[in-house]
Ligand binder design. Structure first.
Ligand code: SF4
Length: 197
């Protein structure tokens, strides 16, 4: 099974993605679980992500991510093939060792720009190492139930979350059209604000 999937049409043809299962790897907020009139608001907890085939694929990727060969397998799939890479449309970093594997991958794939969003602030020390790499941007996810940043990372905030002027001064409003946006959030560590899908 290939580990990398291709981004959707709104992302354009040059974006690769690696997904993990939600819940097993992330720490969902109240908004994630109940923010849609008592039902899950996070898109990774509904819609296509709930299809059995999609859940099984994510579980297999989770298993792959725990293998000793994960970093080298991913480097084989990414290096020289993807211009932009989204780490986790679903799922999150689940332990320190897994973050360190991504440090190895990102270091080996200097020709690819990586980005990710996380709620795993408990892994801040490892994530800081990842974020410092010149071709990687880590953002902290904010939503109405976790509206205040707990890290100094740039943020990925749901529309309506109130942020400081300093954060708003460096804000990119997501158009959900990466080609039209010229891949702005991959190129600069700006804060981003987006509408719920
Ligand atoms: S901010 Fe721009 S580049 Fe980033 S996801 Fe949104 S549309 Fe795509």
């Amino acid at each position: 099974m290939r580990l990398v999937i291709k981004g959707n049409s709104k992302m354009g043809p040059h974006v690769g993605i690696f997904n993990l299962p939600a819940r097993r790897t992330c720490r969902p907020s109240e908004w994630c679980l109940k923010g849609r009139r008592g039902n899950p608001a996070c898109y990774a907890l509904r819609n296509n992500f709930m299809l059995l085939s999609v859940r099984r694929s994510a579980d297999r990727r989770f298993d792959a991510s725990r293998q000793a060969s994960f970093a080298s397998d991913m480097i084989d799939e990414i290096k020289g093939k993807w211009e932009y890479f989204r780490v986790h449309s679903s799922g999150d970093f689940y332990n320190s060792e897994y973050v360190q594997k991504w440090v190895e991958i990102v270091k080996a794939c200097r020709g690819t720009l990586f980005r990710t969003s996380t709620r795993r602030v408990d892994l801040i020390d490892d994530l800081r190492v990842l974020h410092k790499l010149p071709n990687m941007i880590v953002r902290e996810s904010l939503d109405p139930t976790i509206p205040k940043p707990r890290t100094r990372f740039p943020v990925a905030a749901l529309s309506g979350v109130e942020l400081t002027k300093a954060k708003m001064d460096r804000m990119l409003f997501c158009l959900n059209d990466c080609v039209g946006c010229d891949y702005g959030c991959w190129k600069e560590p700006l804060n981003i604000m987006f509408e719920p899908h």
